[in-house]
Design a protein around this ligand. Structure first.
Ligand SMILES: Nc1ncnc2c1ncn2[C@@H]1O[C@H](COP(=O)(O)OP(=O)(O)OP(=O)(O)O)[C@@H](O)[C@H]1O
Length: 237
């Protein structure tokens, strides 16, 4: 369970988050949708303890990130990149992160298998393609078998096979009872995968609810989004 309660943040004298409030529940994929610069990454960074809110609270299973004991066992996060040093092999990276959270070495091979990287365990992270790096990042997030997964733009740059794999993986994670929160500016992608949707625009939550509730009477989530944010769709020539 993720609870974000009236989180505000100012950067360079500009308020970038205004009383951001939402929940992401177990067993559901929650899509965090907004245009470039809306405040998605800033919100996720606060949730993951990488930044502090000015006011309000972002809680994971009832606690702020910094109060979690062995955080990897509660929450796994995928931000940009795999987080691995280029010269380290995939397995060495995973063993190093596992050790830092008191997890056994054997977990490294287990998560490599889950993400389909068993055959690349001895390859250096610097030689991984974008799709492989994304899988390695996900493997790292899964080390502690966490009940919450947070992913920032997880399908960005992936090919159709990678997108489908990621979509199925996230759906299965929710079916297993995990809380899955993913950010995206890709509306059609979110409509494919999300049970619940939170829409953020210019640092404010402008809609939240099930996919059907947020889509409302509009034909698609994209149409609903443009109506909610009153953004002029860029017309083709
Ligand atoms: N370090 C910083 N200093 C000043 N402003 C910042 C900083 N980081 C982010 N911002 C501003 O905060 C706002 C929200 O940025 P954020 O990266 O959270 O958006 P986003 O929704 O994740 O966008 P994108 O889809 O492009 O990743 C933007 O206006 C951005 O310019």
């Amino acid at each position: 369970m993720i609870t974000v309660d009236r989180v505000s943040k100012t950067r360079s004298r500009t308020r970038i988050l205004h009383d951001v409030t939402f929940e992401a529940r177990p067993g559901r994929v929650t899509g965090f949708l907004g245009p470039n610069g809306a405040g998605k990454t800033s919100t996720l960074r606060i949730l993951l303890g990488l930044d502090r809110p000015e006011s309000g609270a972002a809680l994971i299973c009832g606690r702020p990130y910094r109060k979690l004991d062995r955080p990897l066992t509660t929450i796994g996060a995928l931000l940009d990149g795999s987080g691995a040093h280029r010269a380290r092999t995939a397995r060495a990276h995973l063993r190093w992160v596992a050790a830092s959270n008191g997890l056994p070495d054997s977990r490294a091979d287990e998560v490599l298998e889950i993400v389909g990287l068993t055959g690349d365990a001895r390859k250096r992270a610097g030689r991984f393609s974008l799709g492989m790096s994304r899988r390695l990042g996900l493997a790292t997030a899964l080390l502690g078998d966490p009940e919450v997964l947070v992913l920032d733009e997880p399908v960005n740059g992936l090919d159709p096979v990678g997108i489908r794999w990621m979509r199925e993986f996230l759906r299965n994670s929710a079916v297993q009872g995990r809380t899955v929160l993913l950010s995206s500016h890709l509306m059609s992608e979110l409509a494919e995968i999300a049970d619940d949707v939170i829409v953020i625009d210019k640092g404010r939550i402008v809609a939240r609810g099930s996919l059907a509730e947020v889509t409302g009477d509009h034909r698609t989530l994209e149409d609903a989004f443009f109506a909610l944010t009153a953004t002029e769709a860029v017309r083709p020539w």
